[in-house]
Write a protein that binds this ligand. Structure first.
Ligand code: FEO
Ligand code: CA
Ligand code: CA
Ligand code: CA
Length: 503
């Protein structure tokens, strides 16, 4: 019946059926063009666009029409494509040159873009175009020292992010443990080093403390000046959704994308900075935001000081009884109702493979409130057509766009068979089809659609096509050739999608 509804929709929106095809497929009325791909030159210094583009943020340049600075995250690399290192070979055999090559391909890009003859293009001669990568020195906020240093080397694992009310970018370091491992604490608080399951092998050639990663990084668009915001805590930061509260302070909502991890919010002290403020974690049973600071005797007993607490945010959250969720990913705020939507992608070990979308309503719709109500807005599965929701974006009309992320090894397999390749869904939030998901774009093989971000006029959706051909283990057997086709290797790319007039 949902299919029937969609096909007879007065919005003339015909949706795609799920399939496994090596193409970026679009529903009728949509069109797209590649804006930039991995390896493209972005400036005169021959810096190149990094690998596995994820979060996108576009900030218009003052006084100019259809022209602005775009930030794009580069989350991680496929070693075979970037450095030639064979996936199945031991990471310990990665050479220093290979590690270096890979480290230059993560982080983020700032690119100056403009609309020319109705198409978005990159201005490669712009002085603003630059890269931040795993070698860029980035200080911690407020001159704080984190594990013996006031400056971290590089940013990595940059998944989703946000934009502040003062127009800076936020980029979130997510699965940092894959790069320089993790520091864990034994019962007696003895710190020990732990390798990740998917170690990249960079730590053989470069040594950095794990504590320097797992932060939200704030970046000035025009200068590229960056800092790691200690105040926002350290965990597998998916994204950072910001909003100005009625009293002028800024609130940031953040998911920690790991099984049985939590949902956080930060309330700033001032109206123009995220450097200081209070970090809270959600308890969904009591509907309360619990502060993570030294005012709590349990936390005061456990941690030496606030910086140590923030370095070990997860431990603090569990100690105060935060609700464990099914991999909380991206969250966004409905511009019409003010309600907060959070994607929980799945929890396979707990037997919940499809995920869900949660809705949070702050008491009195006040973002600084410490009480809220929550409910499930959408259950993942065959009925809703969405499995493993990941990123989300609201358009100017208040309708919701959701991308899903079934891992490349599971696409088309087992429980995920009915869902085909990963996709982009449009969900009207009012009218006859309120809450019904329409499948409007489908990713090429092994890929995930990430980073949905609307242009100022809402008529272009910038979207990342991340990790096409991720399952490739040998260059003679490529699992994707997107976007160039033929025998070409796949290239993660940002596309500009034109939204049809009827939406
Ligand atoms: Fe990098 Fe949680 O997705
Ligand atoms: Ca994500
Ligand atoms: Ca994901
Ligand atoms: Ca991803």
């Amino acid at each position: 019946p949902l299919e029937q509804l969609a096909k007879t929709s007065p919005t003339r929106l015909l949706e795609l059926s799920p399939s496994i095809e090596d193409d970026l497929k679009l529903a009728p009325g949509f069109s797209s063009k590649v804006l930039i791909s991995w390896g493209d030159k972005i400036n005169k210094d021959n810096d190149t666009f990094g690998f596995n583009n994820d979060y996108i943020a576009y900030i218009p340049l003052e006084g100019l029409k259809d022209e602005g600075l775009m930030w794009v995250n580069h989350e991680y690399v496929h070693p075979l494509f970037v450095s030639g290192h064979i996936i199945d070979d031991s990471y310990t055999r990665k050479t220093k040159d290979q590690a270096t090559e890979e480290m230059k391909a993560v982080g983020g890009s700032i690119i100056h873009i403009k609309k020319q003859n109705d198409q978005w293009v990159v201005k490669t001669d712009s002085p603003y175009n630059r890269r931040l990568d795993a070698f860029t020195p980035i200080p911690f906020s407020q001159g704080l020292e984190v594990y013996g240093s006031k400056t971290a080397i590089g940013t990595l694992a940059n998944c989703a992010g946000g934009v502040t009310p003062w127009n800076t970018y936020l980029t979130c370091e997510e699965n940092y443990q894959n790069f320089f491992g993790e520091a864990v604490y034994e019962k007696n608080d003895n710190r020990i080093f732990q390798n990740a399951k998917w170690q990249m092998g960079w730590d053989i050639h470069y040594s950095h403390p794990p504590e320097h990663y797992g932060w939200v990084v704030e970046i000035e668009p025009k200068t590229g000046v960056a800092k790691k915001l200690v105040s926002l805590g350290r965990f597998s930061h998916e994204g950072a959704c910001t909003i100005r509260a009625r009293d002028g302070r800024v609130v940031v909502y953040m998911g920690d994308d790991a099984n049985d991890e939590c949902f956080y919010k930060f309330i700033s002290d001032s109206t123009d900075s995220l450097d200081s403020g209070t970090l809270y974690v959600a308890n969904l049973e009591s509907g309360k935001w619990i502060p993570l600071d030294m005012s709590n005797p349990i936390l005061k007993k456990k941690f030496k000081n606030q910086t140590e607490l923030l370095i070990r945010t997860r431990e603090a959250a569990h100690l105060v009884g935060a609700t464990k969720l099914d991999r909380p990913e991206d969250c966004e705020i409905d511009p019409i109702t003010g309600h907060i939507y959070l994607n929980c992608t799945n929890n396979v070990p707990a037997g919940r493979p499809y995920g869900s979308i949660h809705k949070f309503i702050e008491k009195n719709n006040d973002y600084t409130s410490l009480e809220f109500e929550s409910s499930i807005f959408l259950f993942g599965g065959e009925k809703s057509k969405i499995s493993c929701p990941d990123n989300l974006a609201f358009d100017k009309k208040g309708n919701l766009w959701v991308t899903n992320d079934i891992s490349e090894d599971e696409i088309g397999q087992g429980a995920y068979k009915p869902f085909g390749n990963n996709a982009l869904f449009y969900i009207p939030m009012s009218g006859q089809y309120q809450g019904v998901a329409f499948r409007v774009a489908q990713a090429p093989n092994d890929a995930e659609l990430t980073g949905p971000f609307f242009s100022d006029d809402g008529r272009t959706l910038f979207l990342s096509v991340q990790h096409p051909g991720a399952k490739t283990k040998d260059l003679k057997n490529l699992t994707s050739h997107w976007p160039n086709g033929g025998n070409e290797i796949p290239r993660p790319s940002v596309v500009a999608i034109k939204i049809p007039d009827f939406l």
